[in-house]
Design a protein around this ligand. Structure first.
Ligand code: TMP
Length: 200
């Protein structure tokens, strides 16, 4: 099964993706976006660099290039081999960040994601829902240094959160929302319950 974890910056999705992959067993492939391939990791550096100016469409196309490579080189072969795949972000990130928050349009971005991935969408997307303010407090408490997106401040994160809510209401068949404001053990249990519900 192909599962993506989504949420605003600081929602805890990286921790939860790792815990989920571990719980699903050692055959499970864990990947992160952007990244996961040599080309993807280089594109990631460019995208996260606060010094680099990018037009929203250029930004989107870089994310899509990294994703196209990840799908072709890593995700599809793993799925064909029958492995579970857990992805720390996937196309719904582009829809929420570039489509909604950056204003390129959710529907248009969805279509471009579809093109870049050859029509691959997760069987389950777990949306970790948390107030962007609380997520930012957590990142401060962890002493994380802000990247290009986090450094843009609260307004962007609020728009991203709204974008994710739109994604969840448009795709109830594959998106499950989990409350990520509680402690990580409880979030993990809720993520596992969402996976079990889809697998049943
Ligand atoms: P992260 O790995 O720390 O989540 O960083 C990735 C950043 O890139 C994060 O701020 C979200 C952003 N992003 C997009 O804007 N669009 C995308 O399609 C993806 C995958 C990530």
């Amino acid at each position: 099964m192909f599962i993506a974890l989504e949420g605003v910056d600081g929602s805890g999705k990286t921790t939860q993706a790792a815990r989920l992959a571990e719980a699903l067993g050692e055959e499970t492939l864990l990947v992160r976006e952007p990244g996961g391939t040599v080309a993807g990791e280089r594109i990631r550096e460019l995208l996260k660099d606060g010094e680099v100016r990018l037009d929203p469409m250029a930004e989107l196309l870089l994310f899509l290039a990294a994703r196209a490579q990840l799908v072709a080189e890593v995700i599809r072969p793993a799925m064909e081999a029958g492995r579970d795949v857990v992805c720390d972000r996937f196309s719904d990130s582009s829809v929420a960040y570039q489509g909604s928050a950056r204003g390129l349009g959710a529907e248009r971005v969805e279509e471009l994601c579809d093109l870049a991935t050859g029509g691959l969408w997760p069987g389950l997307t777990v949306l970790l829902r948390i107030h962007p303010e609380l997520a930012a407090e957590r990142m401060d408490a962890q002493g994380r240094t802000a990247d290009r997106f986090e450094g843009e401040g609260m307004e962007l994160q609020r728009r991203v959160a709204e974008g994710y809510e739109e994604v969840a209401s448009l795709h109830p068949e594959r998106v499950r929302v989990v409350d990520a404001s509680v402690d990580p053990d409880r979030v993990h249990l809720a993520v596992m319950a969402a996976v079990a519900a889809v697998r049943a």
